[in-house]
Design a protein around this ligand. Structure first.
Ligand code: ZN
Length: 407
């Protein structure tokens, strides 16, 4: 058993599960003392680790989502399993330093060695992982897509069945890339497992994919997923930016993952978060292409986007955005975590309430940044101590890997 203590809160754990939480308590001699206040760890429900390489490199020439995608394809074309392992390890470590304790890696680089590389990277970095093993079949837009595709649905299912989680902090789940990458005509062949366990899919990030789906099938992407029986409590629609009122209704029993910092970076637009919440959808958050890795930015982005779109403040309370950033993300990724309660996964962080950013603030989610995260515990293990990851200099690792990719 390990015990952690900070600001009057004492948490004990055994086998990575919280066994007691007491407040107003005093520390015992063997307790690990942490500074600041304890919060549940943040869930990054949507990540493509290698996209981190594009941060701060795509802003000079304007362009669109589609021209950004060409730059992303160029990075994907250079990655080897060894380089993917090194880059993803550094990106997962950056997430831990920022306060993310679990990540849903929407993984679609499937050529030899890449699946093992991403599983090993999470283990090396010490982050909890749901590997969202992604079905991606279309290869008509760019030669690099051959690295993403298994060729056929049967080949995907066979490769997926061969994947093994190397530890109890990792699960392997399914994803469908999008109606762009998987012909909805194939949806009828999806096995029942696609609707019985957590499954994620990109949905309506760009108006062009809606126009394409409507032109070819007379249905929106959400309608196509709903027709196939994929929507429901285990389905997470990622982005869900450009929805019709009927789409919102159809997603009322599902989960929706917004990625506010990516959606603004790629000029995607602002999704109908309040309408989805009111329809019954459970909202969670992700950092997607990692233009920013800061869970506080995503958390408040959910509410601040609504302010810009509606001219009103307070569509979401601080508790609601915190829930989206923590417990709802854990649930979307198939874990029982994101709350400081007995029986939950022992994943939590310590945040400095007295930095120049947070001093005097009561609603930390609207004041703190990732720089205020001092300590991070995953499955009871102390991975980040006093703002240092156990692997050492993560900035140097990122610099080395990204410099190589563009060399
Ligand atoms: Zn994505």
């Amino acid at each position: 058993m390990t015990a952690y203590f900070a600001s009057g809160t004492r948490i004990t754990e055994a086998d990575g599960i919280i066994t007691s939480v007491s407040t107003g308590s005093t520390p015992e001699r063997s307790d690990i003392r942490l500074p600041g206040v304890l919060l549940p760890g943040f869930a990054n429900a949507h990540s493509h680790a290698f996209h981190r390489a594009l941060r701060g490199r795509t802003h000079a020439d304007g362009g669109t989502f589609w021209t950004w995608r060409d730059a992303m394809y160029a990075v994907a074309a250079r990655l080897t399993p060894e380089r993917y392992f090194e880059l993803a390890t550094a990106v997962f470590a950056e997430m831990l330093l920022a306060g993310y304790t679990v990540v849903g890696e929407f993984h679609y680089l499937h050529d030899a060695g890449m699946d093992d590389a991403i599983l090993a990277a999470a283990t090396q970095a010490g982050i909890r992982l749901s590997l969202l093993d992604t079905l991606y079949l279309d290869t008509s837009a760019h030669p690099v897509q051959s690295r993403f595709s298994d060729g056929t649905l049967d080949a995907y299912l066979a490769r997926h069945a061969s994947l093994r989680a190397p530890s109890s902090e990792i699960q392997v789940l399914r994803a469908i890339h999008s109606v762009r990458a998987v012909d909805p005509g194939l949806f009828a062949e999806l096995t029942p497992e696609f609707s019985k366990a957590p499954v994620h899919a990109h949905v309506s990030e760009q108006p062009a994919e809606n126009a394409w789906a409507l032109g070819k099938f007379g249905r929106t992407p959400v309608e196509l997923f709903a027709d196939a029986g994929v929507t429901g409590p285990d389905f997470t629609a990622v982005h869900a930016t450009h929805l019709t009122p009927h789409d919102v209704e159809l997603l009322g029993g599902s989960r929706v993952c917004f990625c506010p910092t990516t959606e603004r970076d790629l000029a995607d637009g602002i999704g109908p978060a309040t309408a989805l919440r009111d329809a019954g959808a459970q909202l969670c958050l992700g950092s997607d292409q990692h233009a920013v890795i800061d869970p506080f930015e995503e958390l408040r982005g959910l509410e601040l986007n609504e302010r810009l779109a509606t001219g009103k403040r307070g569509s979401f309370t601080p508790d609601q955005v915190t829930q989206a950033a923590t417990a709802a993300g854990y649930a979307s990724l198939g874990w029982r975590g994101g709350r400081l309660e007995v029986g939950q996964l022992c994943d939590f962080i310590a945040v400095d309430p007295a930095s120049v950013r947070t001093a005097g603030a009561l609603q930390l989610g609207f004041a703190a940044t990732s720089a205020d995260v001092t300590d991070v515990v995953v499955a009871g293990r102390h991975v980040v101590r006093d703002r240092q990851h156990s692997l050492g200099n993560i900035a140097a690792r990122l610099d080395r890997e990204i410099s190589w990719l563009f060399s």
